[in-house]
Design a protein around this ligand. Sequence first.
Ligand SMILES: [Zn+2]
Length: 199
Amino acid sequence: MPHLAEGIDRFQREIFPAKAGLFARLATVHRPRTLFIGCSDARVVPELITQTDPGELFVIRTAGNLVPAHTPGADAVSAGVEYAVAVLGVRDVVVCGHSACGAMTALAEGHDLASAPAVAAWLRHADASLARTAAAGRQGDVAALVRENVDAQLANLATHPSVARALAAGDVRLHGWVFDIAAGSVEELDTTARPAVAA
Ligand SMILES: [Zn+2]
C-alpha cells in the first residue's frame, strides 16, 4: 500500500500543519453537529461532498446506507446512532443514498447473492424499500429504489429510542439525501410529508 504511506506522509507534511489549531482544539473536544449515515461505497466520501473539517461529521457507513430498525439486541449501527444522538447530541441526521449503488442495484435487478450470504442477509434490511418501490410500480428501477431506500432508512432510524426521544423533544432533524456521482450533485428529498420521520 505505498500510496497510503505516501498519503500519510503528505498529510503530516502539508495538511496537518495547515490545520494545527483545529487539531489542537479537537484533541480534547468531540462535538460534531451532524450524524451522517452513508453507503460504504468508496466513491461517496461524506467530508468531501460536504466540504467539512475533521470534528464536524459523525459518520456511519454501511453497505446500502442501511440502518436496521431498533431491536432489543445491540449492534454497531444502533450503538453509533445512540452515541451520536444521545451522548454527543447531534442536531441533524442525514441518510445519504447515491447513484449506481451496488447494494441497491443488486436488489432492484435481483442479482444472485448466493456467493455472498452475509451481504444477502444484510440487504434484507431494505425489504421495506423494495416493497415501497414495487408498490409505486417502479420495480427494477435502481434510481427509484435508491430514493425509497433513503426514506425507508429514515423511518427505521426513527424506531431507535434515542432518535424517537430527540425527535419528540424537537432536538434533532432528519434529512434524506441522494448523491449523484456523475454530476457531483446532492438532492435533498422531501421527508416532511412522512409523519414517521417529521421532527
Ligand atoms: Zn451504495
